[in-house]
Structures are given as C-alpha cells and as structure tokens.
Design a protein. Sequence first.
Lengths: 372, 556
Amino acid sequence: MALSTVLEGWSRARRADTTVLAVLVITMIGVSLLHLVVPETSPFHLTSYTVVLLGKYFCFALLAIALDLVWGYCGILSLGHGAFFALGGYAMGMYLMRQVGDRGVYGNAELPDFMVFLDWKELPWYWYGFDQFWFAALMIVLVPGALAYVFGWLAFRSRVTGVYLSIITQALTFALMLAFFRNEMGFGGNNGLTDFKEILGFSMQSDGVRVALFVASGIALAVGLIVSRFVVNSKLGRVVVAVRDAESRARFVGYQVENYKLWIFVFSAMLAGVAGALYVPQVGIINPGEFSPLNSIELVVWVAVGGRATLYGAIIGAILVNFAKTYFTGAMPEVWLFTLGALFVLVTIFLPTGVVGLLDRKRKVKKVAQPV
Amino acid sequence: MNFSSWILFFRARTGRAFFALVLLLSLANSNWVGAEEIAPAVDASPFAGLLDDDFERKVVTLQNAEKSGHARTLVIFQAMLDDKLFSRKEDDRLVFGYEIEDGYALTDALSGEALGEAGKRDVRRVSLNNALRSALLTSIARLSLSSPITSVRLSAATSTLKEITPETGALFRERLTHETDSQVRDILSNGIALVELDDADDAVKLRGIATLEGSLNQDVRNRLARVVEARADGTNAGVSEVVRTAATRALASIEQRLAWYGFLENVFFGISLGSVLLLAAVGLAITFGVMGVINMAHGELIMLGAYTTYVVQQLMPNHIGASLAVAVPMAFLVAALVGIAIERGIIRFLYGRPLETLLATFGVSLILQQAVRSIFSPLNRSVQTPDWMSGSLAFNEVLSITYSRLYIVAFAFFVFMILVLVMKKTTLGLQVRAVAQNRSMARAMGVRSGWVDAMTFGLGSGIAGVAGVALSQLTNVGPNMGQAYIIDSFMVVVFGGVGNLWGTFVGALSLGIANKFLEPWAGAVLAKILVLVAIILFIQKRPRGLFPQKGRAVEG
C-alpha cells in the first residue's frame, strides 16, 4: 500500500508539475507579446508595471520553492531564508553598481556614489571582480551557499533542531540586517544599492530588458521547479524525507543525517540567492530591509498557504499571497496585516496541507464517491 | 518678558554662569516682596555708585553693596558681569537689558519689574574693566559661597573652582572654616590645593598635590596633567623633579579610580540592560521553557503592557506619580487575558506541533500590532515618567545612576522573585511543573492539564505585560516595540537553558553585561551582532543552554 501511495503521489506531482509549467510558459509568452507587440492604445496592452509585478511574483515563487525544500521535505523551518535571498540580491546589486561606472552623481568611474559620499578612497577588496558578470553570477550562488554551509554545518552537527533552529535562523537574518545597516560595511548602509543604469550593456529602462528579466525569472522558476523535483525524487530527497519524519530512526539505520540536511539546506540557499538576484534588477533597489525577519516569516506563510512538500504548492501559495498583498496594500493598507495574521492562524489550524491539500481532498472525495 | 523667560534667556546667553544664577534667582524670588519695598528709593540703593564713570569708585560701590546685604545684590552683580546691566538715559534708573531684535527688553534691576522695550541708544551699558571684573567674580563667589542653601554653595564652589585665582583661593580658605557640608568642603579644599600648586615653595606644592590625590574633578585632573607635562617645551620650567613625581603619582591614582568607576558604571549599565532583558524574557521562559510552547506574540504582549500604561496615564492625568502603581496590575490583567485567549483559542489545538504554534502565534503578533496601529495610530505614544523616577543618584563626580534605571533593576528582581515563589510554593506552580514533566501522569493524578495550560500561559503573558510597564519608562512606546525584544528574549532563554528560571536570570544578566562591555569597544550594533554570533557558537557546545534540564522527559 505504501509503495502504491508513493507512486501515485509521484504521478500526481508530475501531472501538477506539467500543468504549472504549461501555465508558466503560456504566461511568459502571452505577457511578453501583450507588452511588446500589442500597441499601448489597445485595451489588451499590459503595462510595464504588470510585467515587473509578475516578474517579482516569479522570483518569490522560486524563493518559496527553496523554502519548501527545507521545510516541507526536510522539516527544517528556516525563519532566515530571506537572508539568502537578500545576499543573492546584494551580489547582483554590486554588479549593477559597478556597471553604473562614471554615470553616477559624482562621476567617479572607480567608486560607487555612496563610497564617494562617505569619502572612501578606494574600492574595498570584497568589491573586486563584481564588474564582471560571470563573477557576480558565481557569487550569487556561492555567497548564500557558503553562508548556509557554515551555518548549517555548525547547527546540524550539534543537533540543533525544531524551534531552536528556527529561532537562530531568525537571529541570523536579524544580525545580518543590523550589519548591513552599518555604513562601514561598504554596502550602502541604510539606502542600500540603487540607481542602476544598465545590465550586460542594455539600459534597464528599456521594454526589452524588462521583458527579458521577466522571461528570465520565469525560466529560472521553471528550471528551479524541475531541478528541485529531480532532487526530491532522487535518493537524497527520499533520505531527507525520512529525516523529516523520523530523524533518530534515519540516524540509527546508518545515514549521516547531518550531511543530508546540510546539502539540502545549501542547495535551497543557492536557489534563494538566484531568486534574489533576479528580483533586484526588476525592482531597481536592494536595501537591508530585505533581511528583516518579517520578510522571512512572510515567506513561510506563502508555502503554508500553498501546501507544504509539494513544490508546486509553494508556487501557487507565493503567487496567491503576493497577489493578495498587492491588492490589499493598494486598496486598504490597514487590512493587510490583519489578513496576513489571520492567514497564519487559519492555515495552521484549519488547513495544514494548504490550498493544494484542499484541492486534493475534493478530488479524493469525488473518487471515493464514484464507485458507490 | 516674564521671569521664566529671563531664565531661559540667561541659559542661552551665559552658559557657565547660568548654573549658579538660576539658583540665585530663585533665592532672590523668595525675597521678592522685600525687594519691591526697597525699589522706589532708587537713589538710596547701594548700587547708585555703579553709574559713576570712575572705575575705582565703582569698586568701592561694589564692596559697599556687598556689605549692604541687599536681596538683589547677586542678581545685579551677575548681570553686570554678563554685560546685561544698563542705566536708562531718561531717568538714570538701573535696568537689566536683554537683547531683542532692535534694542533691549528692559526690567528694573532693583525690583525685577518689566519696563517694556527700549532702543539701543536709550540705554547706557554699565562698563567694566579687568579689575572690576575680577572684583565682581570674587564678590559673587563670596556671596554665593555664604548662601544658606547648600546646593547654591555647591554650584558656586564648583564654578569658581574652574578659574581659581589667589583671591578666590583665600576666600575658599576662609569659607572652609565655616562650611559644614562635606561635598562643598571637598571642593573648597581642592580649590585651596590648586592655588597651592602655584606657590613658589615646593613643600606647599607637595601639600597641594597630596590634597588633590583623591579628587575626581575634571579641572583638578587637567591642572595636574599640566604639572606633569614634559618640560621639553619649557612651559614647566619652574616645576622641580620631586613635585613632578608626586603629581605623576597623584594623577595615576586618579586615573586608576576613574577606570574603576568606569568599570562600575559599565557593570551597572549591564545589570540595567540585563534586568530589562530579564523582564522581557522571564515570561517567555515560562511559556517556552515550562510549557514548550513558543509564543512569537510575546513581544506584542509586552507592547500591550506599555500601551496599558499609556491609557492609564491618559485616564488619570493628574496623578502621574501613582499611575505606574495602577498600571502594573492593569497591564498584568490585560496581557494575561489576551494570553489566555490566545492559548484557549489557538495554541490548545496545536500542542505537540511546535513549528505550527510558532507560525500561528506569529500571525497573532501581526494582528495585535496592526490593531494597536489602527487604534492608537502608528506613531509612538509618549508615556510620562513620574517625578519620583526622574533625576539621578550621584555617588561622586563621575559616577551617577538615574533613578529610573535603578527602580527598574529593583522591579525586575522583585518580579523575578515573585515568579520563583509562585513556581516553587504555590499549588499552581506545583501543577505547572508536574504537567511540564509528565503530562499524562499529571492528568492521571487528577491535575486539570487544560486549566493549568491556560493559567501558565496567562501567567507568562501577564509578566510580559508588566515588563511593558517598565519598558514604557525606558523606550518609545510604539507598535513595533515588541519586535525589538523578541529575538533578544529568545536568546536569553536559549542561552540560560530552557525550563529553568534561574538559567534565565543568569542568562539575562550575563548577556546584558557582555553587551555593555562590548559596546564601547565595538559600537552598539556590532556588539549586538557579536553577542548573537557568540550565542550561536555557544549552542554548539551546549545545545541545551547553561543550565540544562536533566532527566528522561527532556529527550522526548
């Protein structure tokens, strides 16, 4: 019975994945055409605001997948995943800052504006290399990955689990936020990095780049989903699920539990870094606020609303919640935090499997009902 | 211009002399009626001679005026020193003039009565020369040093000490024989010793240095440092080697005492921060430590306590002093009721699922924050500090402690002791511990575990509310205030060891002190980061905190 349930689960996942991917591809093509080809006068024309908004949602969805990997599949509730997202974003932001060159307010080709403003004389060593895209791209995955590795190694080795782990991940992102607020850190302090001019030689203001970034986010999301599915279906993925359900038992059976946890954590952090890197050029700014613990915990509710340990559920949840956020913060900002708070409470008590679980339950009821 | 605006004006214009003066003005105020009775007899006043052009005659007038014992003498002398004493050309009346846009606002020097405004040309400044200035300084010092009010004498002695001259030194010597207050006596003898330092005789100099050895006064330190300074530039040519060595030793002993007091101050600030952490964390130690329930809304319960204080003060604006006494039980009730509602409404359904509890209570915290924002506005509210909590307790010139911090330390310890007693000595405490150790066994023995859960949660939440009252006296009361404490509180509980109140106590104090000692060295933000990192590393070594719970129940 167990095996057949697992197999059925997989085939369902494959069906759902295919649906999500198809919708994703259609959205990417449709939105690009509606924005670029349809004339602005037409009612079907999509404004650049919508394109950027959808691009942001895709990045959030990728971030949600990253969290689902560790929370849904491995049972590690990270309240600090926003930190990896922000680090990826900062790596991208540093590249974009270097691309500004001498077009800044102070016209200094070597130093970003905020360093000139702080009266710094030369580029700090950790900014070296960020004028090359390949280097920045490497850092986008390496920096979050390295932090996750060090942090995870320390935490998992000493068997910090459950709420303890959640709290120290939150402390981690809180500490990083405080650190990045400092001007001395060399990341623009309070204001962060902004006023970007171009990416890979193309102006960031052009429609083409906007659509390209949107499509890139969509592709990253699709690839992220496929690779993550591959990971959770692999042997590593199955051991990770075993660790989630019975950590001590997995350990006694002979698995190096720490290593499995560590690798899934690092992989997840890298995905989050990529999501952050795609997010920054679309919104045009990265500042220490992205490290705020609230962001990380909001991300948890996306996954909870969508449904844990399904991957596609994370995507659905991220887009649903963020759509609601965009709507509420625009229409009635007072209500948003009430809604978000209520979502946390209601989903955990009444809907532990999320929207996806709700859909599944309906289908199961139908299936059981048919033969009768 | 009324009386209080004068004082403000003086503060802005005269800086240093202000301190002595406000006290003197209040002195003058007490003799107000008497002053007005004398006022009409302008010519008969002892100050008429000040209008004279001859400086020597002015000096004589000064001396006579000082002897006259006129109530306004000090005020007039001070105004004269500050170039604010004028004579009005039309009737040669002595007036105080305060600069306004194009002219002076005048008040009668003898009665303090406002005389309206006058143009720049309508008045003549009572002029001064150096001899007169120094005579004035001495007179003012002598008058205020013999004042019957100790605080006036103290501030006069302190300000005179800054620019001590042989004349004022002699004055100090004379006053020392009459002075009874030990603090004033210290300053007087310091002043005498400072004059002795300028003496030609090395023996006198050495005596001066010996007196100064125990002093913590900034001016004394600067003066000694000047004696010690190298002679290479020729400035200290007159100082012999013996004197220099003695001065060096005296200075070193002063520095040592300063370092010691600096250390004490850091320890106190650390304890003060630690007691705030203790207040914030001890409620959490109960809900998290004893019940195993993580309550992310704990910070918001603190916030509710602070807002309760605000509301109580709004309801009794005339009794701010008593408001805190009302606010403490009110805050406890409000927070405890909200806590019980959270437990019965949400957490009850989530026992055994700690991560879900964390998320649900986080949702509650968002709702509470937004509720406060909607009801009270997103801006910070100002909570008043009652009079009995303001001011500070000065041990000496470098070490002083504000009463508000002192009371909060005492309050935190008091709350902690109450909590320990409740947990150790009451039936509720016994049942709470029983449920924490083995829920099903406790139920089998007839403990109503649901009721115990609700009460425990109410107790922990109520303590958070009480913490809010204390915090409202230290920080801004706003919708976000709870968030600032939640991570710190968790760190304290995790560091101290879950399920152990004394662990929380030690954890809070040591984190507070560590923070304050790192701060001067690394800056406030970096200190905080360092402490966080240190805790993360600490958990590596001792995953269950400083004082781990022992036994089988822990492993579950």
